[in-house]
Design a protein around this ligand. Structure first.
Ligand SMILES: Cc1cc2nc3c(=O)[nH]c(=O)nc-3n(C[C@H](O)[C@H](O)[C@H](O)COP(=O)(O)OP(=O)(O)OC[C@H]3O[C@@H](n4cnc5c(N)ncnc54)[C@H](O)[C@@H]3O)c2cc1C
Length: 381
């Protein structure tokens, strides 16, 4: 089914006799392929309203992300949360949609400064599991009515409702430079940089290659802050500066999209925890055998097992990582990529604590009482 407008979407959900699999561009869907009729948002396209002066954009959920970024770029603006492009990592070739971005709360390196996708979300319209059309939030920044429900939709992976329209806050596009610190303690460098007043908008690290710190804004300001960071961090490692904006942007796309892990990979996990718990607690406890890339000043890690690993080893590692996350302060470990045989045996998302599970169950019962929207995707059938 490919409804062409919100009324058709509502009819499709209301008339469904069984499970529905909600699909945007299919570029970020994770977990096992599930049963259910495909409900494609590919026909629900179009930017409904874009007001650069008011820094707001409203689009139908199936609108390609590329179209939105092109419209923003023409006005010198951007989505501040810099949504990732997971196609290379996951081996997909579709066109990412804005509904899918919101459903997955897809948030790139700037999250530590500008917030996640959900923080840019002003409002949504969606169809719940009964087929009822609900709207929440607004189309402008001053309207904060019902903000909480808006935030709930971001990251719900289509399990609470099928979004038909999203309203987003946008920001002016910025150029930047990157300070690279080599041969240094990554956690120490990232912590010092984030504690400094120099407005670092990206802090990532690749062990053996370096720590990457991004500075954005007016050229003169970037230059000033670059020199300040050099002086602050020079004692911790060898400093190199990438001052060409295009080169710096390419580096951050590589870090954002985790393209280093696109090939030669059996399994990839995405782990989000408090930086010290992740880098000083979980990682040493897991021992070797995993490649790692850090983002969000150490609050996000991408972990990879190389090729030549059998399925049982991946399942064992999945359990070890999720148990380790709980044991070292809590957080989320998601099996992002793995062979189908593994994905059909495990739940990719971090198990919820009993209290959170109870809340999630209550929400699902409220929004999707027939349990037909992406059932089982996040662990609750
Ligand atoms: C656990 C996890 C964490 C992720 N974290 C990040 C992150 O931190 N940063 C990042 O950049 N990217 C992240 N991603 C990937 C990315 O967020 C998105 O999935 C992507 O934006 C979706 O684009 P798409 O159109 O290809 O969606 P699809 O791959 O088609 O769908 C993605 C999910 O959204 C649902 N969905 C799609 N459209 C709608 C709609 N209109 N209404 C309701 N549900 C819908 C789908 O059913 C599916 O569950 C994450 C993905 C996963 C699985």
């Amino acid at each position: 089914m490919s409804p062409a407008n919100e009324a058709e979407l509502s009819d499709a959900v209301a008339g469904a006799s069984g499970a529905l699999r909600v699909v945007g561009g299919g570029t970020r869907s994770i977990g096992a392929a599930r049963a259910g009729e495909v409900l494609s948002l590919s026909e629900l396209v179009g930017i409904e309203m874009y007001d650069p002066g008011a820094l707001t954009l409203v689009a139908k959920a199936g609108t390609p992300l590329d179209d939105i970024e092109a419209a923003l770029s023409a006005e010198g603006q951007m989505l501040a949360f810099e949504p990732t492009d997971m196609r290379a990592l996951l081996g997909r070739d579709g066109a990412s949609t804005i509904g899918g971005v919101v459903a997955a709360n897809a948030s790139g390196p700037r999250r530590l400064q500008a917030g996640a996708c959900r923080d840019s979300l002003l409002g949504v319209r969606f169809v719940d599991g009964r087929g009822d059309v609900l709207k929440n939030g607004g189309r402008v920044m001053k309207n904060v009515t019902g903000y909480d429900l808006v935030k709930l939709m971001a990251g719900s992976y289509g399990t609470l409702g099928v979004m038909s329209e999203v309203a987003l806050k946008v920001l002016p596009k910025l150029d930047g430079a990157t300070v690279v610190v080599r041969d240094a303690d990554a956690l120490e460098v990232m912590t010092q940089a984030m504690m400094s007043p120099f407005e670092v908008s990206g802090a990532a690290a690749i062990p053996g290659e370096g720590v990457f710190l991004r500075l954005e804004g007016l050229e003169v300001s970037v230059q000033y802050r670059t020199e300040k960071l050099r002086a602050l961090l020079g004692k911790l490692g060898e400093i190199e500066v990438i001052s060409d904006p295009a080169q710096s942007a390419a580096l951050w796309r590589r870090l954002r999209d985790v393209t280093d892990f696109a090939d030669g990979t059996s399994a990839v996990w995405r782990v989000s925890m408090k930086p010290s718990d992740l880098m000083s607690g979980l990682m040493p406890a897991l021992g070797g055998g995993l490649d790692v890339q850090y983002d969000w000043a150490g609050g996000l890690a991408w972990l990879r097992m190389g090729t030549g690993i059998d399925d049982a080893q991946i399942v064992e590692m999945h359990e070890a990582i999720q148990t380790g996350v709980t044991a070292h302060g809590g957080g989320h470990a998601t099996l992002f990529k793995a062979p189908d045989a593994v994905l059909s045996r495990v739940i990719p998302f971090q198990p919820e604590t009993p209290g959170v599970a109870l809340l999630a169950k209550g929400l699902r019962a409220k929004f999707d009482p027939r349990a037909i929207l992406n059932p089982g995707l996040m662990g609750a059938a």
